[in-house]
Write a protein that binds this ligand. Structure first.
Ligand code: HEM
Length: 179
């Protein structure tokens, strides 16, 4: 993944050094409370038929996904947010393209994660912390950055799928879009 893309997203998304430090400090809280967020997340998705179908399309998928989501949550506290972090997020986006999940569901799911993490992680672990609001902001910023990278992955891979099907060159596609 292009390093200038990563830098730009962090700068425009205002992920500051103070945010990175706060997030890194929050790793133990994320580890402690991730399981509750994960349970709430899949219980919520289960309520929607197309999502429930996708979750159960393969035996054992939900259990596997619970592990993936837990890992994703904990690594929000990475603190460095370098190349490998972005590559992992880009690949997560691609996996959702592969399974045919419409991007609007990823956006809605991230909204759910933000709200749930606010109550189940920040409120639960930092109720009386003077930096509670800053922690919430930092968590929101990194989740928005993750969403941004996942959607960039959708965009790139869907354009590629279109080029594969039509046989158009990327240059022709870009000329058509510009027009
Ligand atoms: C905040 C939003 C979401 C996050 C952070 C997330 C996270 C992940 C991660 C980390 C993986 C593993 C990717 C890999 O194998 O490299 C994954 C795969 C997957 N996710 Fe999500 N996900 C989100 C939203 C959703 C939603 C809304 C659904 C709807 C059902 C969904 C269904 C799936 C499926 C079906 C897979 C593939 C599982 C497999 O390989 O068998 N995800 N997700």
């Amino acid at each position: 993944m292009d390093t200038s893309f990563m830098q730009e997203i962090k700068q425009v998304g205002q992920l500051t050094d103070a945010d990175r430090q706060l997030l890194a400090e929050m790793k133990p809280a994320l580890e402690t409370h991730a399981a509750a967020v994960v349970e709430a997340f899949y219980a919520h998705l289960e309520k929607f038929e197309p999502l429930s179908k996708l979750l159960h399309a393969e035996p054992g998928r939900v259990e596997k996904l619970k592990g993936h989501l837990r890992q994703w949550l904990i690594t929000l506290a990475d603190g460095e947010y370098g190349e490998s972090y972005f590559e992992r997020r880009y690949r997560i986006g691609f996996r959702h393209v592969e399974v045919g999940l419409e991007p609007r569901y990823v956006i809605a799911a991230m909204m759910f994660c933000r709200a749930t993490a606010a109550s189940m992680i920040v409120e639960a672990a930092y109720a009386n912390d003077p930096k509670k609001t800053e922690r919430m902001v930092a968590l929101n910023r990194i989740m928005d950055i993750d969403l941004n990278v996942m959607l960039q992955s959708y965009d790139d891979h869907r354009v590629q799928q279109f080029l594969n099907v039509t046989g158009f060159s990327k240059a022709l596609f870009e000329t058509l879009m510009a027009g």
